[in-house]
Design a protein around this ligand. Structure first.
Ligand SMILES: NC(=O)c1ccc[n+]([C@@H]2O[C@H](COP(=O)([O-])OP(=O)(O)OC[C@H]3O[C@@H](n4cnc5c(N)ncnc54)[C@H](O)[C@@H]3O)[C@@H](O)[C@H]2O)c1
Length: 431
């Protein structure tokens, strides 16, 4: 195994050392190595070369006296350590957590993330936790898993609640990121009626909570509200072209009505709302068996199986890396933009081209890690599913103007991280 720490460069060739930005009075910046250490195996994540990690590596007794606060009598009592150089704090219960920023109470927000144990939710939780906020995750674990956020369980700033958003829920909070909803076709079609209930009743309950607590509410809507679009690229003023009775309708129409509800609460009750229309997003922690094209291709290529392209492979898709999405969601939440905002990456690929790119990157990572390949995988074609949109590409002008947000990650850079994450899952026997 000769794996070296990964280095990523952005679209303009500049090395990515951190994600996030300080905008709209909210600082969302986090070093990329710290984030990576939460989802990649240690040999890929560069050693965090600041004084915080140096201190962490020392035994407790060696940490400067003023920095250590023991509650009660040693051994298994909880402990917190403050690092003045980086203004961060680490808590220890039975294990020690990655240090999070120490925010004054006036800046520390109480943030509810529904669906926080899912793919997008867990990355949002990582970011908000590292930034020093108090995070509560609400999830019924239908498609999510405790393992995605297990590295925070027990942290004093973190709470995990098993709850179905279809039922009412009460909590005091300042911001609600409402993400709970299965997002991949096999999952949302598994129980179409439940998907609509989650979209409608779940959103109704969370909007009711926002109304009672005066919390700001952000819903993760989707590019699926545009259906099989007749307008390219899709801008937010486009009303969409959705089949209301097709197999995808439970999700597409569910999200459309969720947006309707959101703006209903804004008009009638003055709820402070944000609507993010998310386009295809990929990254570590995506469920490998959720039938989405990125995970399908990587898993097939890593296992040495042929890669399946549905249809002739000429349909196009754009793919956004998870850290760009999280930057966009946080910027939107903290901005004054109340209209729907597309958040996606406009770099368009045909599915055929994309399959070839994934194959090339899997081979590159395998070569770098000194892995033996059984054979070169082939790309094969199968019949296209019903209502599969032929083209989808975001017009992100609004995000650029209102949020000063633009995607930074190239598809290649994101794929390299994701392939390494899936490789580790495979090594653990999880793929
Ligand atoms: N990933 C994408 O490309 C993408 C694109 C557009 C929109 N979105 C939206 O982003 C959100 C998150 O998507 P994801 O990719 O992380 O999906 P995911 O399936 O990984 O996460 C969804 C989470 O919601 C939870 N959940 C589902 N139903 C619930 C219920 N009734 N009560 C409580 N929790 C429930 C699941 O257990 C899971 O943890 C979804 O709202 C999805 O529609 C995602």
């Amino acid at each position: 195994m000769t794996a070296a720490p990964i280095r990523s460069v952005d679209k303009s060739g500049v090395e990515i050392t951190s994600v996030g930005f300080n905008r709209f009075g909210f600082d969302s910046q986090v070093p990329i190595d710290v984030l990576r250490s939460l989802y990649l195996r240690p040999h890929y994540a560069a050693r965090i070369g600041d004084s915080t990690s140096e201190t962490l590596l020392k035994e407790d007794g060696q940490v400067e006296d003023h920095a250590v606060f023991n509650q009660g009598n040693t051994a298994y009592q909880s402990k917190s350590i403050f690092y003045p150089e980086t203004n961060s704090i680490s808590y220890t219960t039975l294990s020690r957590f990655t240090p999070v920023k120490l925010l004054p109470p006036s800046q520390r927000k109480r943030i509810l993330v529904t669906g926080g144990a899912g793919f997008v939710g867990s990355h949002l939780v990582d970011r908000l936790m590292l930034l020093g906020h108090e995070v509560t995750v609400l999830d019924n674990f239908f498609t999510g898993s405790k393992t995605t956020v297990s590295h925070w369980i027990g942290h004093p700033n973190f709470e995990m609640v098993r709850h179905d958003v279809v039922e009412p829920f009460m909590i005091e909070c300042d911001q609600i990121y409402h993400l709970a909803c299965p997002a991949s076709p096999p999952h949302y079609q598994f129980n179409a009626v439940k998907t609509i209930k989650t979209s409608f009743m779940g959103t109704l309950n969370m909007l009711g909570l926002a109304k009672r607590t005066k919390a700001r509410f952000l819903i993760s809507s989707t590019s699926e509200v545009y259906g099989d679009p007749e307008v390219h690229p899709q801008h937010e003023e486009y009303w969409g072209h959705v089949n209301p009775i097709g197999p995808r309708a439970c999700y597409d129409e569910g999200k459309r009505v969720a947006e309707t509800l959101t703006y209903g609460f804004q008009r009638q009750d003055g709820v402070d709302v944000r609507v993010a229309r998310i386009f295809n997003t990929y990254g570590p922690r995506m469920n490998p068996y959720d039938g989405r094209v990125v995970s399908n291709f990587i898993v097939q290529a890593l296992k040495g199986e042929d890669m399946t392209v549905y249809g002739d492979g000429k349909q196009t898709r754009s793919f956004q890396y998870i850290h760009d999405l999280i930057d966009g969601l946080i910027a939107l939440m903290n901005s004054d933009e109340t209209r729907p905002v597309n958040i996606g990456n406009g770099d368009e690929f045909t599915i055929g081209e994309f399959a070839e790119l994934v194959r090339e990157i899997v081979e590159k990572v395998q070569d770098e890690d000194g892995d033996k390949r059984i054979r070169r995988v082939n790309i094969i074609h199968k019949a296209i599913p019903t209502d599969d949109p032929q083209m989808r590409r975001p017009d992100t002008t609004r995000a650029k103007e209102s949020l000063q947000w633009q995607p930074r990650w190239t598809v290649r850079m994101g794929l390299e991280e994701m392939v390494r994450y899936y490789k580790a899952k495979m090594a653990e026997g999880n793929l």
